[in-house]
Ligand binder design. Structure first.
Ligand code: ADP
Ligand code: MG
Length: 438
C-alpha cells in the first residue's frame, strides 16, 4: 500500500508538501509542494505513483504468496514503462509551453515520485460547466485551442504520447497568458503481467473515454474522441460523464450548423477508424482549411504510432487475444448467414480456441435471440456488454447439441458476441438473429 504523505513532509531535503490535491484515481497521488532549495521557493506539483492492490488486479482469490509475486512483477513492469514515458513527456514539456515541464523523477522510501511544473490558473471545468450552453463559435474556438496542443503532442517523432483521459478537469487555463495547458497524462496505464486479467486497470473517465479503449485499441483517434466530447459538453451544457447516451443524442440538445455537427460527429464517431485519425485532421476540418494535396501515405506516423503503442502496451500479445478478429455486424433480420471457424484463425490465448466476433448495436431495450447451428462443432457464445471488460458466457436455451439458441435482454448500447466451439474444434456454422420488443 502507499503511504499518503502528511502535509509538512520534506522529501529529498527540499520538497515540502503543502497540500494534498488528489488521491481519487487509480494511478497517482497529487500534492502541491514548495521547492525549499530554490531561492524563490516556487510551488511545484508532486506526483506519487500508486502501487497496485490485489483487488485492483482482481487476484484476491490467489494464495497470498502468489498475489505478492504478481503485485511485485506488476509494479516492476509499471515502473519500467512509467520511466520510459516520463522521459518522453519530460522532453515534450521542455519544448512546449502548454505541457507542464517535468523537473525530476526520484525514489524515496520505496515510493516513486516525479516533480512537475505548477500551472497557476483555473480548470477548464470552470468554463465548460453543467447547464451552461456555450455558443457554436466559442465551442469551435475552444476545440481549436485544445487540438492545437494535441497536434504538437501527436507530431512527436520519437514516441507516441496518447493522453487517454482528456476532460475539462485535466486542462488548466493559465492565468499568465490565458493559454490552455494539458495535465494528467496517462502514463503507463497498459501494464500487463501474466496472472492478471487483461484490463484489470483501465483508467479514463466515463463519457469521455473512447469506446475502443475498452477493447485495448488505443490510438491518437482515442484522444480525438475525448476532445470531441468536450465540444459536446460545451454546446449542450451537459456533462458526458453524467449523461448516458449523450454521444448519440447530443444534437437533440443543441442547435448547431450542419457543418459543425458533421465535424463533431466525426470526432466522436463510435468506430475509431471512421474518426479523424489525429488532431491535425480534425483541426483542418474545423478551420475549414481544405487539406492540401492528399499527403503521401503516412507510414512514418503510423510506424511511430505503432511503436509507441507497443511501448505503452508492453505485452502486445495478450492484447491481440481480445481484439475482434473482424468487424462482423450481427444483423438481426432473422435470415441465416454462414460463418466459419478455421484453424488458421486467431486463437484465444488461454484456451487455444478459434473464434469469430460479431458486433450488435442496440438502440433500445429489447430481446435479441441468436441461433447458431453447426454440423462440425458444438457452438458456444459469450457476450461483451457495453460497460463490461470481459466476455461472459451466454446460456444456451436450445435443445440439440449443435443447435445453440440464446435469448438476451439488451439495453441501448453496443454489444459484442464471440462464437467459439466447446472443444477447440473448427468448421462451418450458420448464424441467425432476430429481435423482439421487450
Ligand atoms: N501541473 C499542475 N499545475 C496545477 N495544478 C495541477 C497540476 N497537476 C495537477 N493539478 C491539480 O491537481 C488535480 C489532480 O491532478 P491530476 O494530475 O489531474 O491527477 P488525477 O489523476 O488525480 O486526476 C488537477 O485536477 C489539478 O487541479
Ligand atoms: Mg486529473
Amino acid at each position: 500500500m502507499n503511504n499518503i504523505l502528511p502535509i509538512g513532509t520534506l522529501l529529498r531535503d527540499r520538497y515540502k508538501i503543502i497540500d494534498l490535491l488528489s488521491n481519487h484515481t487509480g494511478f497517482g497521488i497529487t500534492y502541491k509542494i514548495k521547492d525549499a532549495n530554490h531561492p524563490n521557493q516556487p510551488i511545484r506539483i508532486l506526483k506519487q505513483l500508486k502501487k497496485p492492490t490485489a483487488s485492483k488486479l482482481d487476484i484476491e482469490n490467489l494464495p497470498i504468496q502468489q498475489q505478492e509475486e504478481i503485485l511485485n512483477q506488476y509494479w516492476q513492469e509499471y515502473l519500467r514503462l512509467f520511466r520510459i514515458e516520463t522521459q518522453a513527456l519530460g522532453k515534450l514539456g521542455e519544448e512546449h509551453k502548454q505541457i507542464p515541464t517535468i523537473y525530476e523523477r526520484f525514489e524515496e522510501g520505496g515510493e516513486e515520485f516525479y516533480v512537475q511544473e505548477y500551472i497557476a490558473g483555473h480548470s477548464l471545468s470552470q468554463e465548460v460547466r453543467q447547464n451552461k450552453k456555450i455558443s457554436e463559435q466559442k465551442t469551435i474556438n475552444l476545440l481549436i485551442e485544445i487540438l492545437e496542443v494535441f497536434e504538437y503532442i501527436q507530431n512527436n517523432p520519437d514516441y507516441s504520447i496518447i493522453h487517454r483521459d482528456i476532460k475539462p478537469d485535466n486542462i488548466i487555463r493559465r492565468s499568465s497568458d490565458n493559454k490552455l495547458v494539458v495535465i494528467d497524462f496517462g502514463l503507463a496505464k497498459e501494464v500487463t503481467v501474466p496472472g492478471t486479467k487483461i484490463g484489470s486497470i483501465l483508467g479514463g473517465t466515463k463519457g469521455y473515454i473512447a469506446p475502443e479503449i475498452l477493447l485495448r485499441i488505443v490510438s491518437f483517434a482515442s484522444d480525438i474522441y475525448s476532445i470531441g466530447m468536450i465540444g459536446v459538453f460545451a454546446i449542450t451544457g451537459e456533462d458526458p460523464s453524467y449523461t448516458p447516451l449523450l454521444a448519440e443524442n447530443w444534437q437533440t440538445k443543441a442547435s448547431v450548423s450542419p457543418e459543425f455537427a458533421a465535424v463533431l460527429n466525426k470526432m466522436i464517431c463510435e468506430d475509431y477508424q471512421k474518426r479523424f485519425q489525429n488532431a491535425k485532421a480534425a483541426l483542418q476540418a474545423l478551420t475549414g482549411n481544405q487539406p492540401s494535396p492528399p499527403p503521401p501515405f503516412p507510414w512514418k506516423l503510423i510506424l511511430g504510432t505503432i511503436s509507441g503503442i507497443i511501448l505503452i502496451i508492453g505485452v502486445v500479445m495478450a492484447v491481440i487475444s481480445i481484439l475482434p478478429k473482424s468487424n462482423n455486424q450481427l444483423i438481426a433480420d432473422g435470415k441465416a448467414k454462414s460463418g466459419q471457424l478455421t484453424s488458421s484463425d486467431q486463437k484465444e490465448l488461454s484456451s487455444d480456441k478459434t473464434y469469430d466476433v460479431y458486433t450488435f448495436k442496440s438502440d433500445k431495450r429489447q430481446y435479441l435471440t441468436v441461433q447458431i447451428i453447426s454440423n462440425d462443432f458444438q457452438p458456444q457464445l459469450t457476450i461483451l456488454k457495453p460497460d463490461d471488460k470481459y466476455f461472459n458466457p451466454v446460456p444456451n436455451v436450445g435443445i440439440k447439441d449443435n443447435d445453440f439458441t440464446a435469448s438476451i435482454i439488451l439495453e441501448p448500447g453496443t454489444y459484442q458476441f464471440k462464437i467459439t466451439s466447446t472443444e477447440a474444434a473448427s468448421g462451418n456454422y450458420v448464424i441467425k438473429a432476430w429481435v423482439t420488443d421487450k
